[in-house]
Design a protein. Sequence first.
Length: 276
Amino acid sequence: MKDAATAMPTAMDIKDMPDPMDMPSLKGKVSEEEWALRCQLAATYRLCAMHGWTDLVFTHISARLPDEDGAERFLINPYGVMFDEMTASSLVKIDLEGKICQDTPYNINPAGFTIHSAIHAARHDAGCVIHVHTPYGVAVSVQNGGLRRYTQFSMIVNNDLAYHDYEGIALELDERERIVNDLGDKSLLMLRNHGTLTLGPNCAIAFLRMYFLENACKTQIFAQAAGTENLHEEDQAMADTVQAQAGGAFTPGYGDNLIWPGLMRKLKRTNPGFDH
């Protein structure tokens, strides 16, 4: 076991970091529920890679595990493993303070869990938290007006989107309280000058929210490239209507069951191995 203070990898740790496909499988060595969550989270990493939502190894997706002896447990990526090679067995189990709670040759980036730990601690409906740094998401995050009601993509998520001002790289633990306050009861967060974040009761719904948010940002940047003077923005009443029409997609048992099986089939065809 490793604590957060010693979790930052040394040069030797990085040099000797194993290929995740060479790791022995944890299937049958952890509970069935933990194994299922490991497979879902590893698949989510690879799906984000498939959609281009990566920043090498410098962002994170986390998932809540069942408590162990009354203590909260989470899964996060091993520092130095690329999203498109993530496996269920290479994911690292940690506590709410970022302490590693399993035997593993990998380390984590403790700073990477700062934002995630804040949300998991405050929002027990956050089964999965996805945070990415894409060019389009970051480009919208720097705009004073934030996400505009230009497209159906944006109106699907507009009313569920909060904003948090930039405070530098998320190293200071006291920022967690401000992140939680800014997020409130919403499920999407625009981190100003930084990136985007979504949460959901499971990986599938968090991913679906990120799909709409990232496409909203991408289409906004495309539309603005032609100049903003001719852009038509819908009013808030239309955003309210669209949210009511599309809200069911984020209901557990509907949107997740609609998209996740097909995504898993595609992933197994194009990038198998997440369930190792």
